[in-house]
Ligand binder design. Structure first.
Ligand code: LMR
Length: 340
């Protein structure tokens, strides 16, 4: 969907004004507005576009999906409120906020934010593909949110504007402010590493880094690249300290009201979009890192095994702090599943 398209919803019909002024009637019984905050050229953006493309082709006349990227429609906190308040039976809101943004709806989801819980994306998939995630997402249903699928971005790296990279903890973090998502686990992790956390919405990150409101941030490669964070940072440390992933969610009342055949076709298409998302994420992980290195603006540094061990040690109490909130049993089950 081109950014300059204007979308007007009229009754149950949808009319799209293209950049060339052509009016295409695309009447459908049901409309899904898919809102997200990242650029279309990211693993989430691409998967949302594939989902829309497949639905619009295979379910033409029945369901129309319109994607709104770059926080055009809502930021992540607003979208979940809109989803819960919406009572339309014909227009549904769908979104894929990062897992860190679900704590209000399920405390167990905070497990995904824990530092050094996952060694790599293979570990993440063990959990995302397990039965344990059903338990973790179930409380959301009581709050009007239906979980549909887990999507990847990737392991996170740290960036900073400084005359030295982030390698030694706590020394290199001390005196520096780091933008975090609205996650208490992230806040505890930054403090444990020696820095000061500051919660900001995704759309504020670039300006806050550029203006020195914060010194650094943590994110996956595709976000650092597509939002140009690397242009206003001096160093990026390949810390792979935790995971950035998403949960695709939809208004529960809208979803439950859909006819069974439509719901199962949408579920099947979501499965295809999820497989595509994993491919996009793996590709972006290496390609976006390479593009950042080639640009030569921020210098990419690896964390030595000894320094990494210091990061692990410094953050080892974060899990204890959240054990009761997340649930000792689910945490134990996650560790058993991951085998460490
Ligand atoms: C962030 O806020 O850093 C991420 O959640 C943005 C995203 O959706 O990838």
């Amino acid at each position: 969907m081109k950014a300059n398209r204007k979308v007007l919803t009229l009754g149950l019909g949808l009319f799209v004004l293209t950049g060339f002024g052509n009016v295409q009637s695309a009447a459908a019984e049901y409309v899904i507005k898919f809102s997200h905050v990242v650029s279309p050229h990211t693993p989430k953006g691409q998967a949302a576009d594939i989902f829309a493309k497949l639905v619009n082709k295979r379910m033409a006349g029945k369901v129309k999906v319109v994607v709104f990227p770059n926080s055009q429609l809502y930021n992540d906190n607003k979208v979940m409120e809109a989803m819960r308040l919406s009572d339309s039976k014909t227009t549904g809101i769908m979104a894929a906020p990062s897992l860190s943004k679900f704590v209000k709806f399920s405390r167990q989801m905070q497990a995904f934010d824990l530092p050094f819980l996952f060694n790599d994306i293979v570990d993440v998939h063990k959990l995302a593909d397990s039965k344990l995630v059903e338990e973790m997402t179930k409380p959301m249903e009581r709050k009007g949110i239906k979980a549909l699928s887990f999507w990847d971005n990737g392991m996170k790296v740290f960036s900073i504007k400084s005359d030295k990279p982030l390698t030694k903890v706590p020394a290199d973090f001390r005196g520096n402010k780091f933008r975090i998502q609205s996650s208490e686990v992230h806040a505890a992790m930054i403090k444990a590493l020696g820095g000061t956390p500051q919660k900001l919405s995704f759309k504020e990150v670039y300006t806050s880094l550029a203006q020195g409101v914060v010194d650094g941030q943590e994110n996956a490669w595709s976000n650092v690249y597509s939002k140009k964070f690397y242009e206003v940072q001096d160093y990026i440390t390949v810390s792979n300290h935790s995971y950035l992933g998403y949960l695709v969610v939809v208004s529960k009342s809208f979803w439950n009201n859909l006819p069974e055949d439509i719901r199962s076709e949408l579920t099947a298409i979501m499965k295809m979009a999820t497989s595509a998302n994993r491919r996009f994420a793996a590709k972006a992980d290496s390609e976006d890192r390479a593009k950042i290195e080639k640009a030569g603006k921020a210098k990419v540094v690896e964390l030595s095994a000894a320094d990494r061990a210091m990061w692990v040690k410094a953050t080892s109490k974060v899990e204890d702090k959240f054990r009761r909130q997340i649930g000792a049993k689910i945490l134990k089950d996650i560790h058993t599943l991951l085998g460490h």
